[in-house]
Design a protein around this ligand. Structure first.
Ligand SMILES: NC(=O)C1=CN([C@@H]2O[C@H](COP(=O)(O)OP(=O)(O)OC[C@H]3O[C@@H](n4cnc5c(N)ncnc54)[C@H](OP(=O)(O)O)[C@@H]3O)[C@@H](O)[C@H]2O)C=CC1
Ligand SMILES: CC(=O)N[C@@H](CCC(=O)OP(=O)(O)O)C(=O)O
Length: 350
């Protein structure tokens, strides 16, 4: 009999779902026994994702048919609002499985903030409060015992990896953070949207959700916690004509008497022991091609030419460290499995 942990994946016909399967299918302690979809339910997975054909993975099915008690873990790659209902239904009525959610529904601790940014009232605020924010390197201890692990958004994963240690050590002014962010088109999911069409996203670079992106709420929440004061973070995302990858450039004001070298030292002290977060050597430019397909986040620190300021740049693959890879990392932490298991892919280059 297999001693693998049994997993269901909700939203297996989406981009995060596909990458979770690409990575997870080789994980020695994970077995996907059910995969769900909505419009694609009933189809063999290989007809939806030919690159996942022939791997022995189950056919896509409706979420309604699931027997939740049969699973040790449920990975959730559904749109927000949909996932909150399914997750509440599972957690309220069953003592297992554990939930690893890639959507935004359980990331925000404050129900009012959720309603403000997502436009709908959260149906399970009591569960929202209990869920653990799944930024692996910063919430490892809480993830070990969590019933619901709310994986961060892709932009916040990159930005917070760079900024939390700096805010915690009071090396920067947390009220003066400007994040200029870029993402590949897969960040928007597989659903048909006009701005992600090849004809419209190709050969073009454009900002979106200027001063109004939902990830601002997560960024404010986590930077405020780290800095122990309520702050609002400047954040402007841009769509870049490439499939995957993300890069955030953080413009920072240094705390009185601090230098870019202090920021570098703090980040190195935090991440030297971490397998997935690397501080690049001085002067090396981070690029999405360094992390493509891997669970890595690479960061570098630059002195600004404006006195008293610094620039910190972080890059990751939105579908790996920014969602599916971090979800598997959290699975490893939650189930006491060596954290790098199944996640040691080297970046794809060129
Ligand atoms: N893409 C990314 O880089 C990141 C995404 N996320 C978040 O992860 C989640 C998944 O994203 P992504 O994979 O990109 O999204 P996709 O749009 O690519 O996939 C969505 C999946 O959810 C299913 N689905 C949609 N509506 C319903 C419904 N009403 N009931 C049941 N299933 C439904 C779809 O099924 P079908 O195809 O059959 O209709 C599909 O499998 C989202 O919450 C997203 O915000 C988080 C971090 C990064
Ligand atoms: C390029 C692009 O569109 N990216 C997505 C971010 C994906 C993500 O992290 O999604 P959630 O926070 O919704 O889970 C966006 O800006 O909405």
């Amino acid at each position: 009999m297999s001693n693998k942990l049994k997993a269901a994946l909700l939203g297996a016909s989406g981009y995060t779902g596909a990458d979770l399967l690409r990575i997870g299918v080789l994980h020695p302690q994970l077995e996907f026994t059910a995969l769900t979809a909505n419009t694609h339910a009933g189809k063999p997975l290989g007809t939806v994702f030919p690159h996942l054909d022939g791997l022995g993975l189950p056919r896509l099915q409706q979420t309604d048919d699931m027997k939740w008690q049969d699973f040790d873990v449920v990975f959730c790659g559904l749109p927000h609002a949909t996932s909150q209902e399914i997750i509440a239904e599972i957690v309220e009525n069953h003592d297992r499985p554990r939930i690893i959610d890639m959507s935004a529904d359980y990331r925000l601790r404050d129900p009012d903030s959720y309603q403000k940014w997502y436009g709908n009232k959260h149906i399970a605020p009591h569960l929202q409060e209990k869920a653990v924010y799944g930024l692996s390197e910063h919430y490892r201890e809480q993830i070990k015992d969590a019933r619901i692990i709310a994986c961060p958004g892709c932009y916040p994963t990159a930005a917070l990896m760079a900024l939390i240690p700096l805010a915690k050590a009071a090396l920067i002014d947390p009220a003066d953070i400007i994040i200029d962010a870029k993402s590949g088109v897969s960040g928007a999911g597989r659903g048909l949207k006009q701005n992600t069409l090849f004809t419209e996203a190709g050969e073009s670079l454009s900002p979106y959700a200027v001063a109004s992106h939902r990830h601002s709420a997560e960024l404010d929440q986590e930077i405020s916690l780290a800095a122990e004061q309520q702050v609002a973070v400047g954040f402007t995302p841009h769509l870049i004509p490439m499939s995957r990858g993300e890069l955030v450039t953080c413009h920072l004001r240094l705390a009185e008497g601090k230098s870019a070298a202090d920021l570098r030292a703090a980040l190195k002290a935090k991440y030297d022991v971490e397998p997935f977060v690397h501080i690049l050597d001085e002067g090396v430019m981070p690029s999405t091609s360094m992390v493509r397909g891997s669970n890595l986040c690479k960061i570098n620190v630059f002195e600004d030419r404006i006195p008293g300021r610094a620039i910190v740049i972080a890059t990751l693959d939105n579908l790996v460290k920014g969602s599916a890879g971090q979800a598997i990392q959290n699975f490893n932490i939650a189930f006491g499995i060596e954290e790098t298991t199944g996640l040691q892919q080297v970046a794809m280059f060129p």
